[in-house]
Design a protein around this ligand. Structure first.
Ligand code: SF4
Ligand code: SF4
Length: 172
């Protein structure tokens, strides 16, 4: 059975709209109306005074990464490369080394993430078999004036704490 198609004619512009100027005045009048109303009462303005007023980040929101640590402060990562293999942006750079203390076989000598290329998909977190990488730092603003600073190192990743209490508890 053929689908019913309803054709809607285009209304076109009215004479006033074609004249252009009345529409501009109407628009400016609307803007002025909002300005005057909000000038006396700011409660309707949905604007946050960022960065003075911080944004509430939901716990499941994916922020800048961190590497979790063991109780003795050493890195939890076992340098299995699962995160780097899974990363669609190929922005995780790992160099593995032998772990001398016998806790695991390997650990990362180098673990860098290039945040310029990262798309914050969270696949690295999903791929990790030992919960060594997380995106629960609550850091959403990563700004710098040079490209080099966007490459965050293992040390920096380990230094960054988790932002949410119950996540920190999970680590204990
Ligand atoms: S969040 Fe996605 S793009 Fe960024 S490092 Fe992890 S896997 Fe790669
Ligand atoms: S962070 Fe996890 S997935 Fe990535 S290399 Fe370390 S242990 Fe493997």
């Amino acid at each position: 059975m053929a689908a019913k198609v309803r054709t809607v004619e285009r209304a076109g512009l009215s004479l006033m709209e074609k004249l252009y100027l009345p529409e501009i005045i109407k628009g400016m009048g609307l803007t002025l109306g909002h300005f005057l109303r909000n000038f006396h009462d700011t409660s309707n303005i949905i604007v946050r005074d960022y960065p003075d007023q911080k944004v509430d980040i939901p716990q499941r929101w994916r922020g800048r990464h961190r590497l979790t640590t063991r109780e003795d402060g050493t890195v939890k990562c076992v340098a299995c490369f699962m995160c780097a293999t899974n990363c669609p942006a190929k922005c995780i750079f790992i160099e593995a080394t032998e772990r001398e203390d016998g806790v695991t076989e390997k650990m990362p000598e180098r673990f860098d993430i290039d945040l310029i290329e990262c798309v914050y998909c969270g696949f690295c977190v999903e791929a990790c078999p030992v919960d060594a990488i997380r995106m629960d730092t609550g850091i959403f603003s990563v700004v710098t004036d040079n490209r080099e600073d966007m490459l965050i190192s293992k040390e920096e990743l380990m230094r960054t704490p988790g932002a949410f209490k119950d996540h920190a508890k999970e680590e204990e």
